[in-house]
Design a protein around this ligand. Structure first.
Ligand SMILES: Cc1ncc(COP(=O)(O)O)c(C=O)c1O
Length: 391
């Protein structure tokens, strides 16, 4: 019987993820895993202590469905401090199980079947799956290397579609590491206003920026009232397993998302909410220091890959660098290269084609994504292993 025999048709394109395949290959081959984006060292000890203390103090029963007040207040304070956005923590902040649930609940609650969601391709992998669950359709606008720019006419055409409902914008962007410029965000905002579209922003890498500045779309003229801003504590504080995320938006939009969220998970783990609330209250210097440490890892990996002959698209932010493998693996697709790499060199990476529409097999064909949120010794080991690659 085929593996997806029971699976509803709308989810059949989403059965096996490349991350599971590659992580399994990493284990069976003893490879260095630069595939999935999680750090190999935990974040600040004081956050772990807050979570442990919360468990010991008995914060272990269902917290309020919209999140504990401490975290809602911390998110509101964070948005004020970093972006000058004023939010009512009672009605304009909703805590979720990671950004993943925030994205799912947002699309499920806002989209009617057949609505189009404008998004930039390559896309983070949950977007298309959440669209499918919501009965919505991705409307893709391509980002082009080396600077991952887009054609403004292509964006304008997508936004002008009569079925377009919202723009789902991921900046800083996974997998490319692009930080959308104020000018580009201005183009997105103008189209949202012109066509009365909502905007949903995925800003989980907002504090992992090395070059340039992250601008929150909600701060642009006319955008506060039509933007749902999503983020989470996983990447910012190096606790990706805690899965504490949030949505902030005007009260009626938050109420809509809450309607879906309450029947997905109802609430999120209380001890981790407390710990992330504490993290959001850390002085901005601490977050700047995390980004600086990660920038050094970006440089270590990117310089190393460039030295080995890869064409490197140095990211301005995030956990990930993209390379074109053309110069070191002529004729090979990123997919075949990534399948061969664990056995031949003992390293795992992700073929970027998985972030493109499968209907276009040429898209991202020779691109490969590498995670650099790893200890320096691990990155050096990976580079030493990659030196043994020969075409
Ligand atoms: C762009 C993007 N959005 C959302 C997520 C998921 O965030 P969370 O772990 O908070 O659910 C990730 C994780 O890799 C991501 O890269």
């Amino acid at each position: 019987m085929p593996a997806d025999a029971y699976l509803a048709r709308r989810l059949r394109p989403f059965t096996t993820t490349i991350f599971a395949t590659m992580s399994e290959l990493a284990t069976t081959t003893g490879s260095v895993n630069l595939g999935q984006g999680f750090p190999d060292a935990d974040g600040p000890e004081e956050l772990r202590e807050v979570a442990v203390a919360a468990i010991r103090e008995g914060r272990n029963q269902y917290p309020p469905g919209n999140g504990i007040p401490e975290l809602r207040r911390a998110v509101a304070a964070h948005q004020r401090t970093w972006y000058g956005l004023e939010l009512d923590p009672e009605t304009e902040v909703l805590v979720t199980v990671g950004a993943t649930e925030a994205i799912a609940a947002t699309l499920l609650s806002l989209c009617e079947p057949g609505d189009e969601v404008v998004m930039f391709e390559p896309t983070y992998d949950s977007y298309a799956a959440c669209c499918a669950m919501a009965g919505a359709r991705p409307r893709l606008v391509r980002l082009h290397p080396p600077d991952w720019s887009f054609d403004p006419d292509e964006l304008a055409a997508a936004a002008a579609s009569p079925r377009a409902k919202l723009v789902l914008l991921n900046s800083p962007h996974n997998p490319t590491g692009k930080v959308f410029s104020a000018h580009e965000l201005g183009q997105v905002a103008a189209l949202c206003r012109a066509h009365d579209l909502l905007a949903v922003t995925d800003e989980v890498y907002e504090h992992l920026v090395f070059d340039g500045t992250h601008v929150a779309l909600a701060t642009l003229p006319g955008m506060r009232d039509r933007t749902l801003s999503i983020s989470s504590g996983g990447k910012t504080f190096s606790f990706t397993g805690w899965k504490v995320g949030w949505v902030s938006a005007p009260a009626p939009l938050v109420a809509a998302v809450r309607a879906a969220k309450q029947f997905l998970t109802y609430t999120s783990p209380a001890p981790f909410q407390l710990a992330i609330a504490h993290g959001l209250g850390l002085p901005p210097d601490v977050l700047h220091r995390f980004a600086k440490e990660l920038a050094a890892k970006r440089d270590l990996l990117c310089d190393g890959l460039a030295g080995l002959g890869y064409e490197v698209y140095r990211p301005a932010a995030t956990y990930f660098a993209t390379t074109d493998i053309g110069p070191v693996a002529p004729g090979l697709s990123g997919h075949d290269y990534c399948l061969a790499l664990p056995g031949r060199c003992g390293v795992v990476a992700i073929p970027s084609a998985v972030f493109y529409d499968p209907a276009d097999p040429a898209a991202g064909r020779t691109l490969v994504r590498w995670a650099f949120c790893k200890r320096d010794g691990v990155l050096r080991d990976a580079l030493a292993r990659l030196a043994s690659w020969s075409p």
